[in-house]
Design a binder for this molecule. Structure first.
Ligand code: FES
Ligand code: FES
Length: 203
């Protein structure tokens, strides 16, 4: 047993835990933060994803003692972090997942949303392929992923002030030509935003 000094969601904790405990075990069984899910417990599913200094890590494969002095963010801290940074209410990723119906059982969602948040922090205007790549380590058994990708794209469009493409279920209810026209328009506006962001990055 040893006492760990951990910074989790902006709070400082001293918590006693066996030296071999993973970060996931300390979060769930030491601190009662059960939002990080214990799925496979061997690095395959991504359900235990948390942010470590802003980068996604698998907490089931991370020794708790190795993260002393570093900033851990769990799903419980996502909205408070957004509010601390001047936002109002849930993180836009959480809101977009909610409005897109990007969950069913919800087990994958904490890790999925934290991976998506880390992606948007480093790349505010990702392509569908970049979103797919960033979430590749987060498995979902329920949704088929379409609504998850759409939710991230909705959060991107809203953060850029660009009209989003129709969601898949909206498009099904529209005249197909109109759905295609709106999707092309949204894609063109996003491409413009990407080009502008790239230009700023190179300037
Ligand atoms: S519980 Fe950590 S990757 Fe599955
Ligand atoms: S919503 Fe059930 S695993 Fe993703």
């Amino acid at each position: 047993m040893r006492v760990l000094d951990l910074s989790v969601n902006g709070d400082h904790h001293q918590v006693g835990a066996p030296a071999h405990w993973t970060l996931l075990e300390v979060l769930r069984y030491g601190l009662g933060l059960t939002g990080s899910k214990q799925g496979c417990d061997k690095g395959d599913c991504g359900a235990c994803t948390v942010l470590l200094d802003g980068k996604p890590v698998l907490s089931c494969l991370t020794l708790a003692a190795a993260v002393e002095g570093r900033a851990v963010t769990t799903i419980e801290g996502l909205m408070p972090l957004h509010v601390r940074n001047g936002g109002d209410g849930p993180d836009p990723i959480q809101s977009a997942f909610d409005r897109c119906g990007a969950l069913q059982c919800g087990f994958c969602q904490p890790g999925m949303m934290l991976s998506a948040r880390a992606l948007l922090n480093r790349n505010p205007c990702p392509t569908r392929d970049e979103i797919r790549g960033a979430l590749a380590g987060n498995l979902c058994r329920c949704t088929g992923y379409t609504q998850i990708f759409e939710a991230v794209e909705l959060a991107v469009a809203e953060s850029l002030g660009v009209a989003p493409a129709p969601r898949s279920w909206e498009a099904q209810r529209m005249d197909p030509d109109e759905a295609q026209r709106l999707a092309r328009l949204a894609a063109a506006k996003l491409a413009q935003s990407r080009a502008a962001a790239d230009g700023k990055g190179q300037g």
